[in-house]
Design a binder for this molecule. Structure first.
Ligand code: GLN
Length: 265
C-alpha cells in the first residue's frame, strides 16, 4: 500500500493521519508529506491502520503515540496520567515569575509541570507528589529521560511532605464537576485526575486550608481551576488566611489560575 492510499483510508483527519503514519513508519512528517507514492511495508501499513482505528474511536493522539509535548519538553504519557494541556502553561509562568528556591507540585501526573520548572530553575529543590503510583512511574521515567532531579513522593496532596515548607506550591487538581457533559470527551483520561465532587471544587476545598502550613513566609500557592470557579477559589484562599489573593487569565483571557501568598514574617 502506498502512503497516499493509507492516509486516505485512515478515516481520520489528514493532519493526524500524517502524524500517526510517521510514527508507525519511523519517518518524519515531512517525509510522509513529500513521498505520497512511497510503498509501505505491510507491517507498517497494518500498524498505521490500527492506530487510525483507535483514533477514529476517540482515543487521544497522545495516548496512541505515548507522548505529548509540554512547554518545550517531550513527555511520555499513558492512560494513568492526564494529557498535559497548553492552558496549564499558565501555572508554569506564575511559578517561574517568583523564581523560587524550593517548589512543590501536588498531583504531578506525568510530571509535566514539575519537570519543566526544574529545567527552568535548575538550582531550585523540586518535590512532586501524586496519589497514583502508576502516574509516579510515568513521571519518574520522564525525569530520567530528561535527566532532571525532581523528588517524587507517593501520597495524597500534602501527606508525603510532612512539616516541609516551600517558596512556591503549584497544583493542577481535578476540578470538573461529576456529571459535567464535557466528561464524555475525556473518557480515555483518568477520572481521578479530572473529577472532583458535585461542583468540581472538592479537591481545592480539601487542599487550600492545608497550604499555609507548607508555605515559607512570603511563599505563593497557585492553582489551576475551571472556567467560572475563580471567585470561589479566591474566597477559599482568603479564607485560609492568604494574602494578595488574585486570579490570572489564560491566553483566551479567561481566569484559569488563582493564587495567594503567606504573609512574610
Ligand atoms: N482542563 C481539563 C479539561 O477540562 C481538566 C483538567 C483538570 O481537571 N485538572 O479538559
Amino acid at each position: 500500500m502506498k502512503i497516499r492510499e493509507a492516509l486516505a483510508g485512515g478515516g481520520i483527519e489528514m493532519r493526524e493521519a500524517r502524524l500517526l503514519l510517521a510514527a508507525a513508519a519511523g519517518f518524519s512528517e515531512a517525509a510522509v508529506l513529500a513521498h505520497p507514492e512511497r510503498e509501505l511495508p505491510e507491517g507498517v501499513a497494518r500498524r498505521f491502520q490500527d492506530m487510525a482505528l483507535r483514533r477514529s474511536q476517540g482515543e487521544p493522539v497522545a495516548y496512541i503515540l505515548g507522548r505529548k509535548e509540554f512547554y518545550g519538553l517531550e513527555l511520555a504519557v499513558s492512560p494513568a496520567v492526564l494529557i498535559p494541556r497548553p492552558e496549564t502553561e499558565l501555572l508554569v509562568e506564575l511559578a517561574l515569575a517568583r523564581d523560587p528556591a524550593s517548589l512543590l507540585e501536588l498531583g504531578t501526573g506525568s510530571g509535566a509541570v514539575a519537570l519543566v520548572l526544574k529545567r527552568r530553575l535548575p538550582r531550585a529543590r523540586v518535590v512532586a507528589t501524586d496519589a497514583c503510583l502508576a502516574a509516579l512511574c510515568v513521571a519518574q521515567r520522564n525525569a530520567g529521560r530528561h535527566n532532571l532531579q525532581v523528588e517524587f513522593r507517593h501520597g495524597d496532596w500534602f501527606e508525603p511532605v510532612g512539616g516541609e515548607r516551600f517558596e512556591v506550591i503549584v497544583c493542577n487538581p481535578p476540578y470538573v464537576a461529576a456529571g459535567d457533559p464535557h466528561l464524555a470527551e475525556l473518557k480515555y483520561e483518568p477520572g481521578r485526575a479530572l473529577v472532583s465532587g458535585g461542583d468540581g471544587l472538592e479537591a481545592i476545598r480539601a487542599l487550600v486550608p492545608r497550604a499555609p502550613a507548607h508555605l515559607a513566609p512570603g511563599g505563593w500557592i497557585f492553582l489551576e481551576h475551571g472556567i467560572g470557579q475563580d471567585a470561589e477559589v479566591r474566597a477559599l484562599l482568603s479564607g485560609a488566611g492568604l494574602e494578595s489573593v488574585a486570579s490570572w487569565p489564560d491566553l483566551a483571557g479567561i481566569a484559569r489560575a488563582s493564587g495567594g501568598r503567606l504573609k512574610s514574617d
